[in-house]
Design a binder for this molecule. Sequence first.
Ligand SMILES: N[C@@H](CCC(=O)N[C@@H](CS)C(=O)NCC(=O)O)C(=O)O
Length: 207
Amino acid sequence: MKLYGSPLSGHTHRVQLFLSLLKLPFEFVTIDMANRQNRSAEYLEMNAFGEVPVLRDGDVVLADSTAILVYLAAKYDAGGRWMPRDPLAAATVQRWLSTASGKIAYGPCTARLVTVFGAPLDQERAIGIATRLFDVLEQELDGRDYLVGEGATIADVAAFSYIEHAPEGGVSLKPYPNIRAWLAKVRALPGFVAMPSTKAGVAPEEV
Ligand SMILES: N[C@@H](CCC(=O)N[C@@H](CS)C(=O)NCC(=O)O)C(=O)O
């Protein structure tokens, strides 16, 4: 398998993390975003949206991080641990995948795009979205180890990267003990791999 992505992209990291948790061997192919390699004709053939990540698995070429998590769980997680089939649990996993592609992307991910990559986006608005999201998540994690059911699922994998790195976008995790405890549980999963930290945007008390 080949994972095309960027080491500082949380969308890429969630796939890298899941491949590692599943103990699946893969080659990481770095796409040079700064030089717009993701807009090259060759790359656009794999993903017409010009975004990372893309997974190549034999003849399968698949874009979109949460779609890739679903694919990997359906194909390689024989026990169904990471993507439960129970109707309510499956729907709740989907709720968090949608949140990963919505509020997480427009909140903590966008705030970090401004501080880490200098993107000309509205950081204040992104911090507002992140704060409302984290207020809800903090309550939902009260008394729970993971987002859905008793064990880790692809919901946790999809949500983890940008929430862990939210301080880089100027969103403190200090007010959220349940979220911090949940992040620690994901970090303790066998096979966990970290996304590299940058100090951009991180308040001194958060370092
Ligand atoms: N929905 C996509 C979003 C991926 C995404 O936004 N990737 C960013 C990097 S983190 C990207 O490639 N941006 C480049 C661009 O839009 O030109 C996914 O989940 O994979």
